[in-house]
Design a protein around this ligand. Structure first.
Ligand code: GLN
Length: 499
């Protein structure tokens, strides 16, 4: 039987269990498709054929022996290049980490290896996860499989493009302000930011530690639930990890119905800045949810208006502290000054000057400034107060409704190069995703249709209270049920390998 890469991860896993395909065949099919089309998409920055095929062979052998395997064993996965993988390049798509091979595995990588998912490679991203278009990568941009002239979102555009181009059924991303969800929205894939602490951050190269969270990138809600169950759970290596059992997310998807649920439509996530087609598809989906039995009411979150500004003070402050470790001495690249004495200080300065790109430098300067003695209270202190107000808005909303719904990205995928000279326009991409990071609550994006203007996918976002990821999945599964199949209509579905 030939391998159909347009199937979901769970369907492929069922075929593996039934013995109609093997993991080696499936993994080889992924590499063949990557070889044929990734020259155009550029989703991957490194591949590990040998390692992935070795895992696939192990799974096939274990299955023949009748061994007890994880339900996703043998299903190939891609990983964003900011999660450390032992002995494999891990660069955060920055020149400063060129050549660094980590001596250990991130907890999520260890879990993938324990469950025997072949890790096919590492995916492209904005340098150190700073950006919304994957154009700030030292490897050059990734192209959106829906239209190769457009951005795949960011910072995790590589993982989203790999899943939307049917290179792999599963990928991991990281979301600090929207980097899983916004790429999901503009590539027609499902992207989840779990509750803060639900998935270990150990081995995720930190951008802003109080906001970062690893999560699934898939084409179906059920696949995302299965992957979150695999990577989630308490980890003593991450002091912010939640010490509680992983919720039954797959069950929540199976039992999905809206009986007794009240959904809140966020008043602030519409109007100016939101494409009319994004707003139309959002309203159409809400109407269908109402028909499916949900009670819907409008909720007011007045502080959302200031969330973006607060994020662009808190995030750079944390960035400036986290990135201090890249000094040309401990990891990766090391540059010496072009002239003058070679001292620890001049090597550090030259390495940072040559190793970091412009967007990273912009944020380091901003972060250092807002933390400086004279400005700390005015900027960083005020931003932390706004963060509390956003959390209070959400607490008030969740006292009345079970989940919030809002668009993910205010626009569909824009053209490559269109916003590279306009950081503010780039920052606006995350206006509707950032509140969830500031509050630590779970949020996910899933495709609900394509714009009548440009034919590109539009994402719909579901947010739930902290530690109620199961409620988010339950609502998302119903949304998926009332929406058309978007991922399957991606032009990449018709890309056929040249004979
Ligand atoms: N686009 C946002 C930023 O540039 C979000 C990044 C992220 O979530 N990693 O900061």
């Amino acid at each position: 039987m030939s391998v159909d890469l347009t199937l979901s991860a769970l369907d492929l896993a069922a075929q593996l269990r039934a013995g109609t395909i093997t993991s080696v065949e499936l993994t080889e099919a992924c590499f063949a498709r990557i070889d044929a089309f990734d020259g155009d998409v550029r989703a991957f920055v490194s591949l590990d054929r040998e390692g992935a095929l070795a895992t696939a062979r192990e799974v096939d052998e274990a299955r023949t022996r009748g061994a007890d395997l994880h339900p996703l064993a043998g299903v190939p996965i891609a990983v964003k290049d900011n999660m450390v993988t032992r002995g494999q390049d891990t660069t955060c798509c920055s020149r400063i980490l060129a050549g660094w091979k980590p001596p250990y595995d991130a907890t999520v990588i260890r879990k993938l290896k324990d469950a025997k998912l072949p890790i096919v490679g590492k995916t492209n991203m904005d340098e150190f996860a700073m950006g919304s278009s994957t154009e700030h990568s030292c490897y050059g941009p990734t192209h959106n499989p829906w239209d190769l002239d457009r951005i795949p979102g960011g910072s995790g555009g590589g993982s989203a493009a790999a899943v939307s181009a049917f290179f792999v059924p599963l990928a991991l991303g990281s979301d600090t302000g929207g980097s899983i969800r916004q790429p999901g929205a503009v590539t027609g894939t499902v992207g989840v930011k779990p509750t803060y602490g639900a998935v270990s951050r150990y081995g995720l190269i930190a951008m802003a530690s109080s906001l970062d969270q690893i999560g699934p990138v898939t084409r179906t809600v059920a696949d995302a639930a299965a992957l979150q169950e695999l990577i989630g759970g308490h980890d003593s290596f991450d002091s912010t990890s939640l010490d509680e059992p992983v919720p039954a997310l797959g069950q929540a998807v199976e039992d999905a119905d809206l009986a007794g649920l009240t959904l809140g439509v966020v008043k602030q996530a519409s109007g100016e800045g939101f494409d009319p087609e994004v707003t139309r598809l959002f309203a159409q989906t809400v109407e269908r949810l109402r028909e499916a039995g949900a009670t819907v009411e409008e909720v007011d979150c007045p502080s959302f208006e200031y969330a973006l500004a607060a994020y662009y003070l808190i995030m750079p402050a944390e960035v400036s502290s986290n990135l201090a470790r890249f000094d040309g001495i401990r990891y990766g690249a090391r540059f010496e000054p072009d002239e003058g004495p070679v001292t620890a200080e001049t090597v550090m300065a030259a390495t940072r000057e040559k190793g970091f790109g412009d967007e990273v430098k912009r944020r380091l300067i901003l972060g250092t400034h807002v933390l400086s003695a004279g400005y700390y209270d005015a900027y960083y202190g005020s931003a932390q107060k706004v963060r509390t107000l956003v959390q209070r808005d959400l607490d008030n909303a969740f006292a009345r409704v079970d989940a919030l719904v809002l668009p993910t990205s205010p626009t569909t995928a824009f053209k490559l190069g269109e916003r590279t000279d306009d950081p503010m326009a780039m920052y606006m991409c995350d206006i509707a995703t950032i509140p969830a990071n500031l509050a630590g609550i779970p949020a996910m994006s899933l495709p609900v249709g394509c714009s009548g203007e440009d034919g590109l996918p539009v994402g719909f976002q579901v947010m739930a209270p902290a530690r109620q990821d199961a409620t988010m999945y339950r609502v998302a599964a119903v949304v998926e049920g009332v929406s058309d199949d978007v991922a399957g209509t991606c032009p990449a579905a018709a890309w056929k390998e040249a004979e």
